[in-house]
Write a protein that binds this ligand. Structure first.
Ligand code: HSE
Length: 324
């Protein structure tokens, strides 16, 4: 059986999750694609950090060039997060003829044109399903099965940390600070939760959705963004009394041929499908001119849901480029 060699850049929660799935479901993936997907190298810079999943120490390297420039690596999976050096690593990998999969919403949103153009110029695949709404396959759906639609509106709960905080404030009457600590302990919140609670993470994901759905790149810092740090227990109670819930919504819509966009907390009637999306779950509510309204729902964070999306992208690349 043909073997496709995979290099992982990053071995934190997401890297560990992807590695675990590729090991655990190795035979299933081989059976479905006719190709063996093998992780042959892992960039792990901090060897002392506690890991959820273990890898053979012989696979580990501290030098990114062992992956980006290695002639024997076919697919590079970038999971180090942050804009740099992640963007440069991805571009270099593509320039060296490697297909790239990434979960890195910040780097993709900031450098969408550079990354997609570098992939095109080098005739390699660049897939990033895991970067928006974790395990929910919304990007592939927009580009594939929904590709015959003009999108009229996309509204998402795209950040698990803030949704978890708002849910616990609503259901258990806890304060913002108490729940944030809990979300960090559970591993949804970023190491620095500023990007989560200020809405920046949701704006990064909305920028990627806009690029795919509306064919129009909007830099994340051009998206008007309000986070949840100003939401008080009194606001939550006022919403409750009005039969509503407060959710951090990322919304893009088409109005008279122009795309309008915003990330901000919003009052939603409890009857709205997005009002029932609780805890760390994400959802994306899409209106297409032909299909009408549909909603995608699932886990938007965590090692295995995010790893699942990464492995799905790896499988797509194998089918397109390596299967007979
Ligand atoms: N910190 C992000 C969230 C992780 O809470 O949704 C997934 O992108």
């Amino acid at each position: 059986m043909k073997t496709v060699k995979i290099g992982l850049l990053g071995f934190g929660n997401v890297g560990g999750g992807a590695f675990h799935i590729l090991s655990e479901n190795k035979e299933l993936i081989a059976k479905r694609t006719g190709v063996a997907a093998e992780v042959t190298r892992i960039l792990q810079r901090n060897r002392n950090k506690k890991r959820l999943f273990a890898a053979d120490p012989a696979l580990l390297t501290e030098d990114p060039d062992d992956i980006i420039k290695a002639p024997d690596i076919d697919i590079v999976v970038e999971m180090i997060g942050g804009i740099e050096p992640a963007t440069s690593f991805m571009c270099q990998a593509m320039e060296n003829g490697k297909h790239v999969v990434s979960a890195n919403k910040a780097a993709i949103a900031a450098n969408y044109r550079l990354l997609t153009e570098t992939a095109r110029k080098n005739n390699v695949e660049f897939l990033f399903e895991a970067s928006v709404a974790g395990g929910i396959p919304v990007l592939s759906a927009l580009a594939g099965p929904l590709g015959a639609n003009n999108f009229l509106e996309i509204t998402g709960i795209l950040n698990g940390t803030t949704n978890y905080i708002l849910t616990k404030m609503t259901e258990e009457g806890l304060s913002y600070e108490e729940v944030l600590k809990d979300a960090q302990a559970k591993g949804f919140a970023e190491a620095d939760p500023t990007a989560d609670v200020e809405g920046i993470d949701a704006a990064n994901k909305l920028s990627i959705l806009i690029a795919l759905a509306f064919g129009h790149y909007v830099a994340p810092d051009a998206i008007p963004t309000v986070g949840i740090t100003g939401i008080s227990a009194a606001d939550i109670e006022a919403a409750e009394n009005a039969g509503q819930k407060i959710k951090l919504l990322a919304r893009a819509s088409l109005r008279e041929g122009m795309v309008e966009y915003l990330v901000a907390p919003a009052f939603l009637d409890k009857s709205h499908p997005l009002a029932g999306v609780n805890n760390e779950f994400n959802a994306v509510y899409v209106t297409g001119d032909m299909v009408g309204e549909l909603m995608f729902y699932g886990r938007g964070a965590g090692p295995l849901p995010t790893g699942s999306a990464i492995c799905g992208d790896i499988i797509s690349i194998i089918r397109k480029r390596f299967s007979l």
